[in-house]
Design a protein around this ligand. Structure first.
Ligand code: GAP
Length: 435
């Protein structure tokens, strides 16, 4: 199936309660989004899968949750205050502002179509500024973090010491980041507030090339393991002029979005740039001491850095399918079970108390283990379609026969095959399918 249009996914996301425009009752705040009941579940699932793969299933990576607000010196040392900028031009005809490196034609305004009306580019710093305390002075200036990574570097020594870690090891973190993007857009792809999933892997400088390749392979496989179609994924090395100020080499994991290939995740070789900078600026020696080799050095760092919100969006696009079944069209999100917001829907065939009662019993049993929805409205056909559209892998229907045979019908989202399963064996049946 060709990639669905961006509007198709955005409309589904809004209609079904994955993502809402922020401040919508006031006309909406551009590029800001709220995650609804389904979106919050799916986003949590994306983050959980990342955490499981990067932390829980490994013995060489630990977690961290550092503050969004850090001392201003952190961003001076990291280079963000000076060079975390994008080149911006302004159209003198319509006053539109654009990121120069993202323009299709850097002499023609995409809004009013005029040619030769751009100002000279100027560098625009992407960090959001605010003030700590009641007075808005330069001394009280703080930034909202533009990446979660720096909190890992500033905690490198505390994490290493308190957890008695030996190289190579990684520190992972998931959290909000903020960038005052000049041209946010494409729904939740580029926003000013977003969530990142980043891991800094510290190693001996001689081993960094090997680990760089290792993490590219691991991260690419992660998307495939969660069902992303291989034909929609690729790895693209950065050209030298694209590299961030800290990077000796970066590749992007790219996804084929409705508008073309674009970045899903960056994997960078940050060398010893950050630890050295923080050592110099803070006066703390952040070198690692290898007792066996009697060697003291700055570790090198390989960083897989993904966007949680962007990744969720890509999984939504990838899972979207339109199918014709018995002359009837259905939209189905073929999400990996682990990513689906609800794992099971419980559907009593009628609203009569004699069916609602066993349905509620089934619901409360299954809820102990999974996110489950009880849906009693509309015809059973419409309820199946709705569950297909939100990607629920299994629907459990309770009908009047249930009262006699103590069994229910379980419908599979993808095959639409139905099995009759005894109430006693239902949890085990679903457990085998889902876990
Ligand atoms: N610490 C390295 C770093 O932040 P990055 O490539 O700028 O690298 C990593 O960001 C990931 O964060 C991106 O690949 C993307 O998935 C996500 N990301 C970056 N800016 C974003 C934005 N404005 N909106 C949504 N996600 C964004």
């Amino acid at each position: 199936m060709p990639a669905p249009a961006l509007d198709t996914i955005a409309n589904l996301a809004k209609k079904r309660g994955f993502v809402f425009q922020a401040s919508e009752i006031y006309g909406g705040l551009r590029s800001s989004y709220d995650y609804g009941p389904l979106g919050v579940e799916m986003l949590k699932n994306v983050k959980n899968e990342w955490w499981k793969a990067m932390v829980q299933h490994r013995s060489d990576v630990v977690g961290l949750d550092s503050a969004i607000l850090q001392a201003r010196q952190v961003w001076q040392a990291s280079g963000h205050e000076e060079v975390f900028t994008d080149p911006m031009v302004e159209c003198t005809n319509c006053n539109g502002r654009f990121r120069l490196d993202k323009l299709a034609d850097n002499n023609k305004c995409p809004t009013c179509g005029k040619i030769g009306t751009f100002t000279d580019p100027r560098n625009f710093n992407l960090m959001f500024r605010t003030h700590m305390g009641p007075i808005d002075t330069e001394e009280n200036l703080v930034y909202l973090r533009p990446e979660t990574a720096q909190g890992i570097f500033t905690n490198f020594e505390s994490v290493r010491r308190t957890n008695r870690l030996k190289l190579p090891f990684g520190v992972a973190q998931i959290g909000k980041s903020f960038r005052n993007e000049i041209t946010p857009g494409q729904f939740v792809f580029r926003t000013r507030e977003f969530e990142q999933m980043e891991m800094e892997f510290f190693c001996h400088p001689d081993e960094s090339a090997e680990w760089f390749q290792y993490w590219q392979d691991q991260r690419f496989q992660w998307y495939l393991d969660l069902g992303m179609q291989q034909g929609n994924l690729r790895i693209r090395p950065h050209d030298t002029d694209e590299l961030s100020h800290y990077s000796a080499g970066t590749v992007d994991v790219e996804y084929r979005f409705p508008w073309g290939w674009d970045e899903l995740e960056g994997i960078a070789n940050r060398t010893d740039f950050d630890l050295k900078q923080h050592s110099e600026h803070s006066g703390e020696d952040l070198r690692y001491f290898d007792q066996e080799a009697n060697e003291r050095y700055f570790p090198h760092v390989i960083e897989p850095a993904a966007g949680a919100t962007r990744t969720m969006f890509a999984f939504l696009i990838d899972a979207y399918h339109e199918e014709v079944v018995d002359d009837d069209e259905r939209v189905v999100l073929k999400l990996h079970h682990n990513l689906a917001p609800y794992k099971v829907a419980v559907l009593p065939l009628s609203k009569k108390a004699e069916l609602i009662e066993p349905a509620e019993k089934v619901l409360s049993t299954l809820q102990r283990r999974w996110m489950v929805e009880l849906d009693v409205t509309q015809s059973i056909g419409k309820r199946y379609r709705r569950q297909d559209e939100i990607g629920t892998p299994y629907c459990v229907t309770i009908d009047f026969d249930t009262l006699d045979d103590q069994a229910v019908t379980v419908r599979d989202r993808d095959t639409m095959k139905q099995d009759r399963v005894s109430l006693d064996g239902l949890e085990r049946y679903l457990f085998e399918k889902l876990d």
